[in-house]
Design a protein around this ligand. Structure first.
Ligand code: S3P
Length: 171
């Protein structure tokens, strides 16, 4: 498998993975894959419905299958992962042998503010004390996300352009 081809965006729910992956795909002229959207298209179900019908374990199995499919694509893509994707067993070697990983690291108060208005589509944020549970999950996941070699803390158009320049010089 060719190395360095895909650009994988990782980070917690609400970090802006879909937005910045789409911008990056545009600037690089590469196709975009949003893992959650791809799963929804493949199953005809929303993420919330998949959690309801299959449970979280069933959703994770589908997510892992989708990551393997995408990792196996020979053409380079920009990929927005789900917040839990980096915790899937065996996923990091797939990320690292098929491209580069960019972590969108957003401070908790900012994430909480964004997520409070976007809870409906996210089954992990349903129910009481969503903010306490989400913050605990964010704290647990940060060391997992931190394996990424590249971290964007204040993503901007300039950062996307800088990435494009770096990639052009290595391709
Ligand atoms: C999840 C994040 C969601 C989606 C699912 C589970 C998670 O994606 O995959 O609800 O475990 O953090 P986003 O990060 O795009 O919200």
């Amino acid at each position: 498998m060719q190395t360095g081809q895909h650009v994988w965006f990782i980070g917690f729910m609400g970090a802006g993975k879909s937005h910045w992956a789409a911008r990056t795909a545009d600037v690089l002229g590469l196709p975009l894959i949003d893992l959650d959207a791809a799963l929804q298209a493949a199953t005809g179900r929303t993420v919330a419905a998949l959690f309801d019908e299959l449970g979280e374990a069933g959703f994770r199995a589908l997510e892992a299958e989708e990551v393997r499919r995408v990792a196996g694509l020979t053409a380079p893509h920009v990929i927005a992962t789900g917040g839990g994707t980096p915790e899937l067993p065996g996923v990091w070697p797939l990320f690292e042998t098929t491209g580069r990983v960019i972590w969108l690291d957003v401070a908790w108060p900012e994430l909480a503010a964004r997520l409070s208005s976007e809870r409906d589509t996210r089954p992990l944020l349903a129910g009481p004390d969503w903010e306490g549970r989400a913050r605990a999950l964010w704290l647990k996941r940060r060391p997992v996300y931190a394996r990424a070699l590249e971290v964007w803390r204040a993503p901007s158009e300039a950062q996307v352009q800088a990435l494009a320049l770096r990639l052009q010089s290595t391709r």
